[in-house]
Design a protein around this ligand. Structure first.
Ligand code: PEP
Ligand code: MN
Length: 350
């Protein structure tokens, strides 16, 4: 950690910083310039919960960490990619296979989810998505079928064998959803629901952690760190677009660069959701392909038998046929780029 003092900080102020650093278990190296002094702290930064402990001292201008604050999720702690087994034979991470999760935004009906599950499987998707509890901004809109939705997902799994990913919105539903799902989805709006992350850290099932719509990559990785801190190491990251100033033509700004950044910083698998990332069916294909080219471990794509009449997110959902065509292209592209990513192992910079 580096403590940058205010210009002309007094000897007393500098000594107080050195004393605090020693109390915290650090050795110090003092670099005295003509105007400004910089104190370098040598030791394990992770023992300092907050830089405030130094920043609050008078005469301190700024404190900078040298190490990343997410330790368990970092490539420094674990160099090799984490590979997560979602169900027997269904794995994500490690760069071997591309894993696609597909399904409707919301589970709407028995017929709809069964048709969708069959189409997803036929096209090569390995996980069925579908929300039973939907986060909706406006009240009086369709918020999912709840328990019935979970029952229908179970039915679709029983018929197709596809493992399930579904969103948890309220920790009180944990047991109910646990019984149905293979992966717990934490939606963008709950990425900073810290009490929920704490609880999900204590369970033995993979967590799909979507990036909050205003979250920095570091905040997102710290949310993953929180889950891992409580014991659950099976975290899959999902980039789904962030809010920016231009919302005229796309719903969100899909941050494809998050893929190589996360690959460099973390060993956790990362997938991309081009459906929420763009909000428009017309752009899903390009962004899905771009994500694979960037090195994503998988994708989450919304598909629907009749998007025009979907109860949520119809404008960004693919019909079955274009989805199957896209899956073919994704497979070809993944085969093409796989050796390129293998030859360019992420630089350890974290
Ligand atoms: C979803 O996957 O349907 C969803 C609501 O996603 P997000 O949390 O990314 O908005
Ligand atoms: Mn959706």
């Amino acid at each position: 950690m580096i403590v940058i003092m205010e210009p002309h900080a007094s000897e007393e102020q500098i000594n107080k910083v050195i004393a605090r650093a020693k109390d915290l278990g650090f050795q110090t190296i003092i670099n005295k310039g003509e105007i400004q002094t910089v104190v370098a702290l040598i030791g394990d930064e992770t023992k300092v919960s907050s830089t405030d402990l130094l920043e609050e001292l008078s005469g301190v201008r700024r404190v900078e960490r040298v190490q990343v604050p997410f330790r368990l999720a970092s490539r420094i702690t674990q160099h090799a990619d984490t590979v997560i087994e979602i169900a027997p034979g269904v794995k994500i991470g490690g760069g071997e296979d591309l894993l696609v999760m597909a399904g409707p935004c919301s589970v709407e009906s028995e017929d709809g989810i069964l048709k969708t599950a069959r189409a997803a499987k036929a096209a090569g998707a390995k996980v069925l998505r579908g929300g039973a509890y939907k986060p909706r901004t406006a009240p009086r809109t369709f918020e999912g079928l709840g328990e019935l939705g979970l029952k229908l997902l179970k039915q679709a799994k029983a018929e197709t064998g596809l493992p399930i990913v579904t969103e948890i919105m309220d920790i009180r539903d944990l047991d109910l959803i646990f019984d149905t799902t293979d992966i717990f989805q934490v939606g963008a709006r709950n990425m900073q629901n810290f009490s929920m992350l704490n609880e999900l850290g204590k369970i033995d099932k993979p967590i799909l952690l979507k990036r909050g719509m205003c979250a920095t990559i570091e905040e997102w990785l710290l949310a993953a760190e929180r889950i891992m801190h409580h014991g659950n190491n099976r975290v899959i990251l999902c980039e789904r677009g962030i809010r920016s100033f231009d919302a005229k033509y796309t719903r969100n700004v899909l941050d494809v660069s998050a893929v190589p950044v996360v690959k460099q910083l973390s060993h956790l698998p990362i997938i991309v959701d081009p459906s929420h990332g763009t909000g428009k069916t017309a752009y899903v294909r390009s962004m899905a392909l771009a994500s694979v080219a960037a090195g994503a471990d998988g994708l989450m794509i919304e598909i629907h038998p009749d998007p025009e009449n979907a109860l949520s997110d119809g404008p960004q959902s693919l019909k079955f046929e274009p989805f199957a065509e896209l899956m073919d292209e994704l497979r070809q592209l993944h085969d093409f780029v796989k050796p390129m990513h293998e030859n360019r192992k992420p630089l350890i910079k974290a």
